[in-house]
Design a protein around this ligand. Structure first.
Ligand SMILES: C[S@@+](CC[C@H](N)C(=O)[O-])C[C@H]1O[C@@H](n2cnc3c(N)ncnc32)[C@H](O)[C@@H]1O
Length: 644
């Protein structure tokens, strides 16, 4: 086999595999696969060349990958790249440095240049690391490959946060005096502050560490700050990190500094888990950032693992690509968002910030009844048709009207009684003698009913419901919503409305059991009228948008489970603003006249009031309108199939 730098690196092999897990965690040493480092370095080089030669990125990339196809610019690029200063500030065993020199070696070979030229590039490729062994190993391998003295290769071993020392050391001081590095590449250590307090305490002892410290930060943020400090204007940083710093509270200062000092030029998000086999639960991104220049960013979503292609191939071949400008990335609150649907995360963020509260802070979200045995194949057990109730002679005192979740539509419940439930929440004294017909009916299923877990545990009698909840929940005023729906199918009702666990019941958190039909207020201060107003707010397009984008979804079907319902934003009802009072009037008037809120004009009017109340920007409104326009343009035949 021909001896090349990549084969030399492959032959080194053992550093990563031999590492003890504890040491790995403590130093954040998850080494990068060579192919991933190569792709990262290639993109960094392409972006640097684009800047220097005002060239098209695709053309530059083709030139570097197939220099023979366009030799003239390829030679020009090669000459320039030989002079670049390149550093990996968390160098480890030097995979990025090897990848960079391999890129040059390949160009040199195809363009039939003198391999001796590469020596100069090797001397300009620097490695920093806390650990002396991998750095020494790297230098030894590269020096012997190029027949250089190891001392000719630039490195720094020690804590890079001690920038007073680092920036004065050779060769770093010389490079900084020339303006800085052309490329800063690497995979800095990801170490959270939790459980690693000592590490951060030590970092804070250095002025650089103290200046960039943020509560709840990750250690790799320091390396991004360092990268910005090391880069020359127009230089490119290419780092593998996690994506948490886009929105994490502990990265607000980092985001501000990044936004002020340059812009992302390329970002790849790797879906479905970590790039590194031993770093569980990470969501990785590889970003390229240019110092000093604002420009659009190419965003790629790399699909989750497939059996056929490796990660680099998936990255190269992904067809989920979009160009984003700064306004689509940086929100007005300073968070970063990368999305194939730019605008949506920004609108969501605005909406949540304007609301200030979550629904779960003001409302209880509870599931309906679990009987443990609704119906046997031929006949109802707890859930009976009106005909079955009659023929079995079930005692009326035990019966409550029972509704299917398909009887809840946006703004309206269908009160036609198609079923009754035998509502037996607890032990009934003399059940057999007081309710002989119900007793006889349920006795037919006694064996199976007795096997239900709560019955076996002695929590419920064999003839009782497994999870009955409370009658007040079903009897009083409430908002109901099916657990799956094609839209935000919330509906208010003050009628008895018993349903099963595929329905959710939303009631005010405080004093909810006290709300009885006819009472206008409860102790929590939310009246029936408030509930009506809230149900009108929940059926507006704004909520459909939030639930579609931020909530859970399977295809076009919204999964309206407890968690997304509790996480929904809720406007400040307690302020009793004019907009809120208007919504209340709209809801109450309409409900009094028609007994429901299912009306397109009402919904549209309420949507406008909520928009104005929350003071959403024009951009957010446009995003929301566009969202529904696109959705309406889609054929809905298929979507309807299962849920209507
Ligand atoms: C995630 S590994 C990456 C190694 C290599 N760049 C790669 O991608 O395979 C992070 C490296 O950062 C080094 N490191 C951690 N803290 C450091 C610090 N304060 N100063 C310098 N290097 C540090 C570790 O020793 C480790 O080699």
């Amino acid at each position: 086999m021909e001896r090349t730098l990549s084969s030399v690196y492959a032959s080194m092999g053992g550093l990563d595999q031999g590492m003890h897990q504890q040491h790995r965690d403590q130093t954040g040493s998850f080494y990068t696969p060579f192919e991933v480092a190569s792709e990262t370095v290639l993109i960094a080089a392409v972006r640097r060349l684009c800047f220097l030669y005002c060239a098209d990125p695709d053309r530059v990339r083709r030139c570097l990958e197939k220099p023979g196809s366009d030799p003239q610019p390829a030679e020009q690029y090669f000459e320039a790249m030989l002079k670049w200063y390149v550093v990996d500030p968390a160098g480890g065993d030097g995979v990025f440095a090897f990848a960079w020199l391999s890129l040059l070696e390949n160009l040199c070979h195809v363009l039939e240049k003198d391999p001796q030229l590469l020596k100069e590039a090797a001397e300009r490729t620097h490695l920093f690391d806390l650990q002396p062994e991998p750095v020494a190993h790297f230098k030894h391998m590269v020096a012997s490959y190029f027949n250089l003295k190891p001392g000719k290769l630039g490195s720094y071993t020690g804590n890079v946060l001690d920038t007073a020392l680092l920036f004065k050391s050779s060769p770093v001081s010389e490079v900084l005096a020339l303006g800085g590095y052309d490329l800063v590449v690497g995979n800095p250590p990801y170490i959270g502050e939790k459980n690693h307090k000592d590490l951060f305490d030590e970092a804070k002892r250095y002025p650089f560490g103290a200046a960039h410290y943020e509560k709840n930060m990750d250690f790799f943020y320091y390396f991004i700050h360092l990268g910005m400090a090391l880069l020359k204007a127009g230089g490119v940083m290419g780092f593998i990190t996690t994506s948490y710093f886009f929105t994490a509270d502990g990265a607000a200062g980092l985001r501000k500094a990044m936004d002020q000092n340059g812009s992302f030029v390329d970002l790849a998000r790797f879906e479905g888990g970590s790039l590194f086999k031993d770093a569980a639960g990470q969501s990785n991104v590889i970003f390229h950032y240019r110092r000093g220049v604002q420009e659009p960013c190419r965003y790629v979503e790399v699909p989750a693992k497939s059996k056929t292609t490796d990660v680099t191939e998936r990255w190269r071949q992904s067809s989920s690509v979009i160009w984003l400008n700064r306004n689509q990335i940086v929100s007005r609150f300073g968070n970063f968002y990368f999305s194939m649907h730019p605008g949506e995360p920004l609108a969501i963020e605005e909406l949540e910030a304007a609301c200030g509260k979550t629904f779960g802070e003001v409302f209880q979200v509870r599931q309906g009844i679990v009987s443990g045995y609704d119906r046997a194949p031929e006949v109802g057990v707890f859930v009976l048709t009106p005909e079955e109730v009659l023929s079995l002679g079930i005692e009326e005192a035990l019966l409550a009207p029972f509704y299917k979740n398909s009887q809840v539509k946006r703004g309206k419940v269908d009160l036609e009684v198609k079923y009754y439930i035998l509502y037996i929440p607890r032990e009934v004294e003399d059940f057999e003698t007081r309710y002989p017909n119900a007793y006889r009916h349920l006795s037919r299923f006694r064996d199976k009913l007795s096997k239900r877990r709560e019955v076996a545990n002695g929590v419920r009698p064999w003839y009782g419901l497994q999870w009955p909840r409370t009658a007040a929940l079903f009897e009083g005023p409430k908002i109901v919503v099916p657990h799956r729906a094609l839209n935000n199918a919330f509906a208010y009702t003050d009628q008895p409305f018993y349903g099963s666990a595929d329905l959710y019941y939303l009631t005010p958190l405080v004093g909810l059991e006290e709300v009885k039909p006819g009472n206008t207020t409860n102790r929590g201060g939310l009246s029936q009228e408030d509930l009506l107003a809230v149900s009108l707010i929940l059926i507006t397009e704004i909520y459909e948008f939030w639930l579609s984008v931020r909530g859970k979804r399977k295809g076009d079907v919204l999964e309206l489970y407890a968690t997304p319902l509790r996480q929904m934003p809720l406007p400040p009802l307690e302020r009793r603003d004019a907009s809120y009072l208007k919504l209340k009037t709209l809801a109450v008037d309409h409900y009094r006249r028609f007994g429901h809120l299912c009306n397109d004009d009402l919904r549209a009017e309420a949507g406008e009031v909520v928009f104005n109340w929350l003071g959403l920007s024009e951009a957010a409104r446009t995003t929301i309108y566009d969202y529904f326009e696109t959705k309406q343009a889609k054929p809905i035949q298929k979507r309807r199939k299962h849920y209507e």
